[in-house]
Design a protein around this ligand. Sequence first.
Ligand code: FEO
Length: 404
Amino acid sequence: MKPVEIKKDIFWVGAVDWNSRDFHGYSLSPRGTTYNAFLVKDEKITLFDTVKSDFHDELLCSIAQACEGTPRLDYIVVNHLEPDHAGCLDRIVERFRPEKIFCSPMGEKALRSYYHHSQDWPVVVVPTGTSISIGKRTVQFIETRMLHWPDNMISYIPEDKIAFSSDAFGQNWASNERFVDEVDSHALDTALGDYYANIVLPYSPVVLKTLDALAGMNLDIDMLCPDHGLIWRGKDAVAHALDSYRQYALQKPTKKAVIVYDTMWHSTEKMARAICDGLSDEGISVRIMSVKHNHHSAVMREVFDAAAVLVGSPTHNNGILPMVADVLTYMKGLRPQNKLGAAFGSFGWSGECVKIITEHLTGMGMEMVEPSVKVKNLPSHETYQACYELGKKVGAAINAKLSA
Ligand code: FEO
């Protein structure tokens, strides 16, 4: 890859992973992704983050080009230790022998446990409030613990009004474009929301605190550079990224419900459709998502801004079907807030499905709308009516909640 000069003497030296589809091992990335690293040419040539180890050679090539053939790194700033950003740190340290490696206090702990042979590395811990000089520029550090790991931090260069924000404000977006203003804004927002719903959502309270802290520091930012995806260029774009994160973190529900289900012989599926009719008659926008046809991260993207989650499964071996359990486990980890819940399903003999689903949803703090609906073998006319009524009841509860 060619480096891209994003500001005078500041270069994007990252890598584009066009083929990434399984982001971080658990979430879909249908557009691929990028691993962004940045090089600042000042008295101390400083690299901010590295790339996934598969792309080490590309990083070396970009550093060499940005340094016009005589590659040198004096400082390395490690904003995040996750292996897609620090995966080739050891090889980069080995090759360039930097004078200093900067990371957050939690970053140092992560660094020592990833790189067991790092005892002689010149690591300097930079808690929030620390700043360093790299020549004409200073770099200020702001820890953003749990956004998305304990070690994350933001590095800010006031002279250039640029912030390297690590996971925050990223998107999975492989392209030859580098800036958000070069692509379709609607698709960009979708990608930003996807990333938030699947990576950042559980840390929404930290997002709100970080946004407040950034506002309190009065940082003048006109370029925001996340570790994944496109760069936010210009004050309007930066404000859009910050505002979007505030809205996401508040988790205000919209007039929307998601019905998630799996089915063996189509009874639970038919129940899902009858529930949808009830919701529709209350004016609710509904997504019916079979877990066989929708990856758990696609389900989560829809659950993210929905007001209600209705989950259905047949009873299977005294439990629920495994793919429903997968979605519920994934959803619980992402800690969605402010949701109504409902359960439904079919059974042949023991019939635990509704009880188990209810336990999962209440375990996530969802307020259950009752009565849930359970049917032995095939739904009858009465079952469809009960499902329709459940949909109506959830729809009415959504309307009441949104108008409260
Ligand atoms: Fe791709 Fe938490 O990093």
